[in-house]
Structures are given as C-alpha cells and as structure tokens.
Design a protein around this ligand. Structure first.
Ligand code: 5GP
Ligand code: ZN
Length: 115
C-alpha cells in the first residue's frame, strides 16, 4: 500500500490505528466520523494515499469508492431513505484531512442540501 507516515487516514485505513469500521475490502474502507454531522456520518477512504479526488486516482479505486458508498448505505439502513455524499477537495472547500475521503451523510433530519 502507498501510505504517508504522518497521515491519520492512512493509519486508520491500514489498521495501525483502529476505528469504528462499517465496511472494508482490498482497496477501500469506511469508518464513522469522529465528529458526526448527521445521524449517519461515515467516511469512505482508499487504502492507498491520494490527497483528494484530483490526485490521479485510478479508475479501479474510484469504482471501489462508489461500491464502498453503496455498502455503507446498505449497512447503515439509509439506502432506501436517501443520503448525501460530499468530497471536500482542496483549501477553498475546507478540506482538513488531506487523504481522499467521501463523507456519507444520512438519517432523520438530514434536511435539504446546499445545492
Ligand atoms: P474534511 O473537512 O477534510 O472533509 O473532513 C475531515 C473529517 O474527518 C471531519 O469530519 C473529521 O471529523 C473527521 N476526522 C478527522 N480525524 C479523524 C479521526 O481520527 N477519526 C475519525 N473517525 N474521523 C476523523
Ligand atoms: Zn493518507
């Protein structure tokens, strides 16, 4: 795995630090956000380190991320009710952890989106 020594999500994705995992396969894993903004708030991340969505992410990894979102939606019971996926990308979007991650948000009281 291509990891970065000082990256918290590399450590979580590769079990150097344990977290509250919802799903995992060879390429991605998903774990609950430590500061949830909705009843369901899970982060889906690649096991390899990419800074964000525009960091030359292989198609296979992008497909695995999409599959990971679907698995999270199924496992947390929000697939039928609907949910939101957000990828903060770069400084203007307020990305704070510079390891690609998709926020999956769902559950009662999610409200309308920004767009
Ligand atoms: P960003 O603003 O970069 O899109 O969001 C980063 C997210 O990662 C935040 O929602 C924050 O709560 C979450 N986060 C940061 N560090 C950790 C951690 O060590 N464990 C978990 N589970 N979530 C984290
Ligand atoms: Zn990383």
């Amino acid at each position: 795995m291509a990891t970065k020594d000082d990256c918290i999500f590399c450590k979580i994705a590769n079990h150097q630090i344990e977290s509250d995992y919802v799903y995992e396969d060879d390429l991605v894993c998903a774990f609950r956000d430590m500061n949830p903004q909705a009843p369901v708030h899970v982060l889906v991340v690649p096991k390899d380190h990419y800074d964000n969505l525009v960091d030359d992410v292989p198609a296979e990894t992008l497909a695995a991320l999409a599959h990971g979102v679907d698995e999270v939606a199924k496992r947390t019971g929000i697939r039928e009710s609907g949910f939101r996926v957000i990828a903060n990308t770069g400084d203007a979007a307020g990305q704070t952890v510079h390891h690609l991650h998709l926020h999956v948000l769902g559950g009662e009281g999610l409200g309308e989106g920004l767009l």
